[in-house]
Design a protein around this ligand. Sequence first.
Ligand code: HEC
Length: 147
Amino acid sequence: MTRRRKILLGLLAAFIVAQFVRIDKTNPPADASLDFIASKKPPAEIASILKTACYDCHSHKTAYPWYSNVAPVSWWLKGHINGGREHLNFSEFANYSPDKAKYKMEEIVEVVEGKEMPMLTYMVMHKEAWLSQEQRDLLVNWFKKEL
Ligand code: HEC
């Protein structure tokens, strides 16, 4: 066997073994009354943008795509969901103290205005999360008004 073939076979074996390390895809329970949209009642358009562009990572309502079954992409994706929920969890928003809620909304304005969110890698795989400037302005203006 050539050296190159050995390396390729080694990589293939590692890939196959990696598939046995599955991520946990159960969504944590969500109390509907604590949800951001349920408690703040934003206009339908705002709610719809948040649900399509943010809720997969920032809530307990994650819809896992097909490639979440493929390691190591799945591990990387799960890391984003854990990190996203930790920084901002729309499913628990009504539990935030008034100070924390205000701070989080300021951060939302900042990251949407600065085009830091949604994450670029997410937008590549979710065309519907590719926000137009108009949608960004809409979000930013509504959140500023709520502050
Ligand atoms: C693919 C997952 C993903 C999506 C989709 C996503 N985020 Fe995030 N978000 C993260 C992660 C991960 C972090 C943690 C900080 C980091 O790694 O950049 C984060 C951090 C944040 C923060 C905190 C920033 C800080 O400085 O701590 C805000 C606010 C935020 N996101 C808002 C949004 C909004 C609003 C949307 C939708 C328009 C969105 N995110 C979509 C994954 C995501």
